[in-house]
Write a protein that binds this ligand. Structure first.
Ligand code: SF4
Ligand code: SF4
Length: 449
């Protein structure tokens, strides 16, 4: 292990993967700014993995910041709370960056809004007493997390209370917080680890208590030494260990970070839970602390607005439901060289068609690429070089999967385990023939279900 202070058994890296230019210099030293409340928000009723929520408010109803506006009836779902104080409008519809059409609750901001340093203090500032862990029972922690509508803030947006639910047939011994943030350009988690390590450590202790984990690691890539140091300082005297792992893409994937830190292999088609591990993003852990200790729901998140095509790259604390356009405007707008706006990172994100789309709980960044960034040569025939196979961290055969998808041969796609692909994009990145492998595989995954 490369971390001298950590007893984790893993080697600190994983097989295969790639080293794309990380582009993080634009924003890695940018302090998180609190963005003023937007004029309006639109809250999608499905912004998590699982069943959609049901609206619990009416048009023209007044709501206050943090009030529940949509309830989650299904177990795998997450309630939604007002991210501004204001008046509810008639239900609308939006198309999310992944192409899904979902109903939204619009809220027009009215009256005084919590903002600036007061909002920062409410969410991440103030005291986070580590001795408060003893006051909370596992079931109460899971209940508070569910009430707060928490989901994984690393991008997958899986409801957090489901991860924390104790399953006697799958006992958990380890909580692994994921602070790798391996996507190029994005720095939201990095800045949060530097600026708010205390709620992350407290959230780790609470989450471990809820799921029964006896050991706790926080994985941080070695290109973020300031984040590792801040967490180590905050974790002094606690059972939380900071594991510094090698910088490599996609280290942030569950199937990469678990073996890198713990030397355990997550089976194909399985979950970290199958090897006794719960993996949770660092920002989610901070939200767990706030939900349990302060009783506050998830209404805001940190978003990186970055890339060479944006005028002033920033890390912003922003109300969920704010339109992408408002974030872009707050960062000085698009440069004339801007060519593509991506929701998320350039490897796994989605090109955004409409900047009126609202950000959701799972939005970790907006990356604006320039014409130079996206200049690509035309696609040519596969030269059978095998680079895509060498790059795939899941040992799949991307060229076969893409071919199966092109020919709509779903049996072949399933035989080559298309469902196991995590859509990391490493294969597309290295392909000298410029074949859009991951795009084809995404189509194939949908077609072969
Ligand atoms: S096949 Fe899937 S998992 Fe493998 S490199 Fe390509 S996108 Fe990543
Ligand atoms: S990297 Fe591209 S050219 Fe090489 S084998 Fe894979 S699909 Fe073919």
């Amino acid at each position: 292990m490369s971390c001298k202070t950590c007893s984790a058994p893993g080697s600190g890296t994983f097989d295969r993967g790639i080293h794309p230019p990380h582009g993080k210099k634009l924003c890695e030293d940018a302090h998180i700014e609190v963005m003023p409340a937007p004029a309006s928000v639109a809250l999608p009723l499905l912004q998590h993995t699982g069943a959609p929520c049901q609206s619990s408010v009416q048009a023209k109803q007044s709501v206050v910041l943090g009030e529940k506006v949509a309830s989650a009836e299904a177990f795998v779902s997450a309630a939604i709370h007002a991210s501004v104080t204001g008046m509810v409008g008639a239900l609308g519809v939006t198309t999310l960056p992944n192409g899904r059409h979902v109903k939204t609750i619009p809220i027009t901001a009215q009256g005084e809004q919590l903002s600036g340093p007061a909002l920062w203090d409410d969410i991440y500032g103030g005291q986070w007493p580590l001795d408060s862990v003893g006051k909370h029972q596992p079931a109460d922690i899971a209940k508070a997390v569910r009430e707060a509508g928490l989901v994984g803030l690393g991008g997958a947006a899986f409801p957090t209370h489901v991860k924390l639910a104790v399953n006697p047939s799958k006992p958990v011994d380890t909580l692994l917080l994921n602070g790798c943030e391996c996507e190029p350009y994005l720095t939201a988690d990095h800045r949060l680890m530097v600026e708010a390590p205390a709620p992350i450590v407290l959230g780790a202790l609470l989450a471990a208590k809820a799921c029964g984990a006896k050991q706790i690691f926080i994985a941080v890539e070695d290109n973020k030494p300031d984040a590792a140091k801040a967490l180590q300082d905050a974790a002094k005297g606690t059972p939380v260990n900071v594991a510094v792992v090698k910088t490599k893409y996609p280290m942030g994937g569950e199937r990469q970070v678990v073996p890198a830190v713990l030397k355990r292999v997550v089976p194909t088609g399985g979950l970290p839970l199958d090897v006794g591990v719960v993996v949770m993003n660092v920002a989610t852990a901070a939200a767990v602390a706030r939900a349990v200790v302060r009783g506050k729901p998830l209404t805001h998140r940190v978003v990186s607005v970055t890339g060479d095509g944006i005028a002033r790259p920033k890390n912003l604390l922003v109300a969920i439901g704010t339109p992408y356009q408002a974030l872009v405007d707050y960062c000085g707008g698009l440069k004339p060289t801007a060519a593509r706006v991506i929701a998320g990172g350039p490897m796994m994100g989605f090109t955004l068609g409409d900047l009126a789309t609202p950000i959701t709980k799972g939005t970790s960044g907006i990356v604006v690429l320039t014409h130079d960034d996206i200049r690509r040569e035309a696609e040519t025939a596969c030269v059978r070089c095998g680079r895509c196979v060498d790059a795939c961290p899941l040992r799949l055969v991307p060229t076969k999967l893409a071919m199966a998808s092109r020919h709509k041969d779903w049996d072949l796609a399933r035989r080559y385990h298309i469902a196991a692909c995590c859509e990391c994009g490493s294969c597309s990145y290295v392909c000298p023939a410029r074949i859009p492998l991951v795009q084809l595989i995404r189509v194939g995954k949908a077609g072969s279900r």
